[in-house]
Design a protein around this ligand. Structure first.
Ligand code: GLN
Length: 504
């Protein structure tokens, strides 16, 4: 096969944002310390809050959880009563499109100003039940639309590796907080790449599970046939730990899968592992991304894998299909924000004018663009030309993956063709922003699981910028990806480092 260019740049160039090497314990280590009584949940929370304060410049948190102290105290009581808690005292952050009872859930939008969650999302509830303490809610692109975390009403989130650059989106806040070592675990949501791409831009793991593996109950909907909650972490063991907690059937989500989960314990990998590198993802990458891809393939080969190229021809249309499917879904999901049922009410003499004013004032430009595009694609006369064609393309893409998985156990692509771009670089050009999803959206349309693995750095402008490589598995083989990440870690192939202190 044609191997990607591995000649340059080196994986460890010098740069102004040198990693410190200091790192927060993983969630697995922290939970063990707390369970042994070496650290109280309250102490763990306090130091997470101190780190959050030190990382304020990143603008990665929208709010703190006013009930965090109380949660920590409850964990201490449960431990004292002899309960075994897999996430005992682990401070976590959740994206601000996940409901947490008694906290404001903003989705990064002015529209939801003052909306106090009356209930808790299943994934968040499972974290709490497992002993985690929710420190706060993470910044994000408005209503999870974007690829940079710049469209939030609360201002852009910055990349811990270079404050002039974006952390990726839409779960940029959740990614930045794990990257900067504020918390060892966080939750994001991924509709077309929103966990994987920010993970790649900030140098941590980001996992999008099989569609339906994690309950969407309590996740504010963007595009319901694609939305999936997923974790960020700094170790494969932590991914297994958190997936073991949040995955599993939930009667409150009609699309939740009832599949047995076996995230904990050693997972045997298929042997020999058959790896397919997706031909369509080999073009248009920066040298640093090509080099990281080459390193991944070498690492897989030294684990005994066979590596071959495989073409997924329909993925060439994935970005177009994704935006013609996600925007119609978004336009119907967002119809509820009218200032009556949900959203800030606008005073007007009659109801239509009030709704119009509420939507005009509450939504930012990208959300409005999506609603207009989605409504257009669904409208009579255009439905057949756009939406229904895109749905056919979605089938073809799913078939491409199914065919490839007859011959391969795992597929590999870059997570993004380039590392983090500059704040403002793409925000004036929606198409350039949509193009940032070229490597992630096909996976979402097919509903299969994928993991972004940090595989090194590209030096740009004197700064080290992380680069992630995407591993993709068949539906319900989520465990395989995490096990493979664990094997790559053991081999020393995964490049998990901590950026220099914020403000340095
Ligand atoms: N960038 C894609 C979009 O804007 C994906 C967003 C996401 O995964 N939430 O729709």
């Amino acid at each position: 096969m044609s191997t990607p260019d591995a000649s340059s740049p080196s994986s460890q160039p010098a740069g102004s944002s040198q990693p410190t090497g200091s790192s927060l314990p993983t969630a697995t280590q922290l939970a063990a310390q707390v369970a042994r009584g070496e650290l109280s949940p309250q102490q763990a929370l306090r130091s997470a809050l101190e780190r959050a304060e030190a990382a304020r410049a990143l603008n990665a948190l929208i709010s703190l959880n006013p009930h965090a102290e109380q949660q920590a105290a409850q964990v201490a009581e449960r431990l004292a009563a002899g309960e075994l808690l897999p996430l005992a005292g682990v401070p976590v952050v959740i994206k601000d499109n996940l409901n947490l009872r008694g906290t404001f859930t903003t989705c990064g939008s002015r529209m939801l100003e003052g909306y106090l969650s009356p209930y808790t999302a299943t994934a968040a509830q499972r974290l709490i039940s497992a002993g985690a303490v929710i420190v706060g809610k993470a910044n994000m692109d408005e209503f999870a639309m974007g690829s940079s975390s710049e469209t939030s009403a609360f201002g852009p989130t910055l990349n811990p590796w270079d404050h002039g650059r974006v952390p990726g989106g839409t779960s940029g806040g959740s990614a930045a907080l794990v990257s900067a070592g504020v918390v060892p675990l966080s939750l994001g949501s991924d509709t077309g790449g929103s966990v994987r791409q920010p993970a790649s831009f900030t140098g941590v793991y980001g996992f999008k599970p099989t569609y339906g593996r994690v309950s969407r109950y309590g996740l504010v909907a963007h595009a319901s046939s694609l939305d999936q909650i997923g974790p960020f972490s700094r170790s494969a063991a932590d991914l297994a730990l958190v997936m073991g907690v949040i995955a599993g059937h939930d009667p409150l989500d009609a699309t939740s899968l009832n599949a047995p989960a076996s995230f904990q314990g050693a997972q045997p990998l298929p042997s020999p592992l058959r790896v397919g590198v997706v031909t369509e993802s080999l073009q248009g990458n920066t040298p640093g991304v090509q080099a990281a891809l080459a390193r991944m393939l070498t690492a897989l080969e030294s684990l005994g894998a066979s590596v071959q190229e495989v073409s997924l021809p329909s993925t060439a249309y994935a970005v177009a299909a994704y935006y013609l499917i996600s925007t119609p879904e978004a336009s119907s999901n967002l119809a509820r924000y009218d200032g009556m049922a949900y959203g800030v009410r606008a005073a007007a003499p009659e109801v239509g004018a009030s709704m119009g004013a509420a939507r005009a004032r509450g939504f930012g430009p990208e959300v409005k663009r999506r609603i207009l595009m989605g409504t257009y694609a669904l409208s009579s006369g255009y439905y057949d030309a756009y939406y229904s064609k895109a749905m056919k393309v979605r089938q073809l893409i799913a078939q491409d993956f199914a065919r490839a998985f007859e011959r391969f156990d795992v597929l590999v692509t870059p997570t993004s063709p380039f590392p983090a771009f500059r704040v403002g670089e793409r925000s004036g050009d929606p198409l350039a922003m949509y193009a940032a999803d070229v490597d992630t959206v096909a996976v979402s349309l097919a509903g299969v699981p994928a993991l972004s693995v940090p595989m090194g750095f590209e030096e740009i402008g004197g700064n080290l910028l992380p680069v992630g490589i995407q591993l993709i598995a068949p539906a319900l083989a989520d465990e395989r990806l995490i096990a493979l990440a664990g094997a790559l870690e053991e081999q020393g192939a995964v490049q998990m480092r901590t950026p220099g202190p914020v403000g340095s």
